[in-house]
Design a protein around this ligand. Structure first.
Ligand SMILES: N[C@@H](CCC(=O)N[C@@H](CS)C(=O)NCC(=O)O)C(=O)O
Length: 191
């Protein structure tokens, strides 16, 4: 699979974790470079990562790529969804928390003074509520897409210091349970 991405993105990381779990080799295109960005614009009108070219298809979104991989390669040792719609809700909740915190990160990086304003507070409140809910939803005993997505999200928030992840206390056990798994440990965010 050709994978366009960065070593910092939590969405790219979840695809890398699944690829590692399933033994899917990655032909990496680093989009943190000018050349990588140009290559990304050639393959995706969305211009976000991850993008995968796999089995002759170009897929634009982490969840779509993972769906393709698990549908065509199986789940390996990952927990398959037992209740598909419950799992979709859980992963969607992770993505909403990520989107809220990513927006704050992107605005700050572009020099927009957002700290303390009502928009920023709403995003942080949303992330708090989502992580509290997920803490009650997710079992640390299995590694499925919701668990690995929340691990990638919280590790990214620590890496970028964008959200105080100690507030997601209900998810500490999920993080601790899988921290040393090779697919998780080998994909930690870095610049
Ligand atoms: N729904 C997408 C979200 C992907 C996404 O937001 N990627 C970020 C990197 S963490 C990105 O490429 N952002 C570039 C931009 O906003 O211009 C997925 O799950 O793949």
């Amino acid at each position: 699979m050709k994978l366009f991405g960065t070593t910092t993105s939590p969405y790219v990381r979840r695809v890398r974790v699944v690829a590692a779990e399933l033994g899917e080799p990655i032909d990496w295109v680093n989009t943190a470079t000018e050349a990588g960005q140009a290559a990304l614009r050639e393959v995706s009108p969305i211009r976000k990562v991850p993008v995968a070219i796999v089995d002759g298809r170009t897929l634009f979104d982490s969840r779509v790529i993972i769906d393709w991989l698990t549908t065509t390669r199986g789940h390996g040792e990952l927990a398959p969804p037992r209740d598909r719609f419950r799992e979709l809700n859980q992963v969607n909740a992770v993505d909403e928390a990520l989107l809220s915190v990513l927006q704050l990160f992107a605005l700050r990086r572009d020099g927009v003074a957002i700290d303390g304003n009502p928009f920023a507070q709403r995003q942080l409140d949303r992330a708090d509520a989502i992580f509290q809910w997920l803490g009650k939803e997710l079992s640390p005993r299995e590694l499925g897409l919701p668990q690995l997505s929340v691990i990638c999200a919280l590790d990214w928030m620590d890496f970028r210091s964008t959200y105080p992840t100690e507030r997601a206390e209900g998810l500490a056990a999920v993080r601790a349970a899988w921290r040393d798994r090779p697919s998780i440990a080998s994909t930690l965010p870095h610049t």
